[in-house]
Design a protein. Structure first.
Length: 591
């Protein structure tokens, strides 16, 4: 028998099967096979964008037939592993459709085309205050056999009707809509709807109004996403070969996710911001790499577009990274932190979602520690810098719990010296004792507070107290750099890193940055395997994300990002798109 909430299941199942089949199967292609087997160029043009509203919060598309990916996967591996590839795909197909009467090979594969597009069409599709905010969801699946896809929907709905579901049929502008007629007081899955539009697409939505709006969008180019200049610019500047494309209208996206304030911490944008014609947007084109997925991104903001011109171009990793130990789990590194912050402030206004995300850590440090990061630190870091977080067990002990951190800053003249002196003065104002200690033959400045704690003893009753020095931070000079760390142990690991092994010598880090532009403005690096536990503990919503994307996350090794800079080497021909900051994001996968 069909599940009671069939169309909720159908929409979710079809979307997950088609998208996760692609994502889950990428590993077999990427890890062991030649990407050249995908010889045919894939257009980044998304035809289903004609159904999506101009200001939709999110649209994401897979532009390669998932069965083609499976075939490539089998060809790309050794013959003895081809059965494993087939089992991988079959497991996902059966798992996602386990609670339905659907069979992928029988019901979907015969008519499935090359494009699957999912969109959040609106954060509130009916704009009725009485029923709360109801997001609109649209799934457009390309069909290569319109009649077979119509037969599929007819069987699907007839089984619904035989199970007592009231089904409505409506002719809207020449398109046959079929949807579930749900009483207003019912809580049974909503008015899920479907339609076949012309001979190209099968549409699913969570309400017939979402389908009607999608059909209306096709009629007027100024209503759909294809007519959005920011979307046009993003598509025009994306690579011509890839497997997927996503587009996000940032403020509308924020309005959609801000219904879960406990998880996002973002303030919903005002109606004025939402109505703005030139709201910021983000385009992402996803391509294949032998070791993972490479995403090319383009940002279209509302302010000056030459935001990065004041930053120095780099050719590879900065020398400051030699002081981050090889087990560093999270890294940000580059040059001229002062100009980077000023550029980001100018490029991402405080009123916008990205501006909120950017300034939130700064505000947290200011409220918790009374430290103004831009003034106290960013302002004097005008040379190289590297920030690293290490797994707690790597260098810390039980008496000093929490994340181990390292901050390396290249000193540039009197400005840096005065900045470091000012930091020591701020620490004293916050009640820390600031003074030098000897660690071996090296003078080290420490920020400590005296605390009391019970003396370990087996005797019962009141335990005696002892005074202990709680070290909050330490720093020392080494060569042209000042190194700050969360403990003496961590600082020692940083000082020894050039000889014991730094992150630069870590093969995982080298593999993570290899596909990124050689001429750049710095690196962001996250070792997922070392960070997953602490990140999911701090951000519970990540548990849901990793569960939904299990085929990807179970093989995720690291995430790295870099923004291409004008070439400083005559041998490099790099021409970043003028007017929109770009970044390349590499998702490295493993076994």
């Amino acid at each position: 028998m069909m599940n009671r909430n069939l169309f909720f299941t159908v929409l979710g199942a079809v979307a997950l099967v088609l998208c996760l089949l692609g994502i889950g199967g990428f590993y077999e292609i990427l890890a062991t096979g030649p990407v050249a087997l995908l010889r045919e160029p894939v257009e980044t043009r998304v035809e289903a964008a004609m159904f999506v509203p101009r200001q939709a919060p999110l649209m994401t598309s897979l532009l390669v037939n998932v069965d083609k990916l499976e075939n490539v996967g089998r060809l790309a591996v050794a013959p003895k592993l081809r059965g494993q590839v087939r089992e991988e795909f079959d497991k996902i197909k059966k798992g996602v459709l386990a609670n339905t009467d659907l069979n992928y090979h029988k019901d979907i594969e015969p008519w499935l085309g090359d494009e699957i597009t999912f969109a959040v069409t609106s954060s509130d599709f009916d704009r009725e205050q009485g029923n709360g905010r109801q997001a609109g969801y649209l799934l457009a699946v390309e069909t290569k056999s319109p009649q077979r896809s119509r037969d599929f929907l007819e069987v699907l709905w007839s089984q619904n009707a035989s199970n007592g579901v009231e089904v409505a049929v409506e002719n809207y502008q020449g398109v046959k809509l079929i949807y579930r007629q749900t009483p207003s007081n019912a809580d049974s899955g909503g008015n899920w709807a479907s339609a076949v539009v012309g001979d190209r697409f099968v549409l699913f939505a969570n309400h017939p109004k979402v389908l009607r709006d999608a059909i209306n969008n096709v009629q007027a180019q100024n209503l759909n996403l294809k007519g959005n200049p920011a979307y046009q610019e993003a598509v025009a500047n994306m690579a011509s070969t890839g497997i997927g494309l996503s587009f996000i209208n940032v403020e509308q996206f924020t309005a959609w996710i801000s219904d879960r304030p406990g998880e996002t911490g973002l303030k919903p944008p005002s109606e004025r911001v939402l109505a703005a014609e030139n709201s910021p947007s983000l385009g992402i084109a996803l391509g294949l790499n032998r070791q993972g997925l490479l995403a090319h991104t383009i940002w279209n903001g509302t302010t000056s577009t030459e935001w990065a011109t004041s930053l120095p171009s780099l050719l590879g990793p900065v020398q400051a990274l030699q002081y981050l130990p090889s087990q560093t789990a999270f890294t940000i590194a580059g040059a001229d932190l002062n100009h980077l912050w000023l550029a980001l402030e100018a490029g991402f206004p405080e009123s916008g979602a990205m501006g909120q995300i950017l300034r939130k850590p700064v505000a947290t440090v200011r409220s918790r520690w009374g430290l103004d990061l831009p003034e106290a630190i960013f302002s004097w870091v005008q040379g190289e810098y590297a920030i690293g977080l290490l797994p707690q067990t790597a260098v810390e002990n039980e008496a000093n719990p929490g994340l181990a951190w390292i901050f390396v800053a290249q000193k540039s003249g009197e400005t840096a010296l005065k900045g470091i002196e000012q930091l020591d003065a701020i620490a004293q104002e916050q009640g820390f004792s600031v003074g030098p200690v000897s660690w071996g033959n090296r003078p080290i400045s420490t920020w400590t507070k005296l605390t009391t704690k019970p003396v370990p003893t087996k005797a019962k009753g009141t335990k005696p107290l002892q005074i202990a020095a709680d070290v909050r931070a330490v720093h020392t000079e080494i060569g042209a750099y000042e190194i700050f760390a969360s403990s003496l142990e961590t600082l020692t690991a940083a000082i020894d890193a050039p000889t014991t092994g730094s992150i630069v010598s870590n093969p995982g880090f080298q593999s993570a940055i290899a596909p990124l532009p050689q001429s750049n403005y710095g690196y962001f690096y996250l070792d997922w395997l070392a960070s997953e536990e602490s990140l999911t503990r701090r951000f519970p919503v990540l548990r849901l994300v990793t569960l939904a994307g299990k085929p990807l996350f179970q093989r995720l090794q690291s995430i790295s990002l870099s923004s291409p800079a004008p070439a400083i080497d005559p041998g490099i021909d790099l021409q970043p798109v003028k007017g929109s900051p770009l970044a390349d994001l590499f998702i490295r996968l493993g076994s």
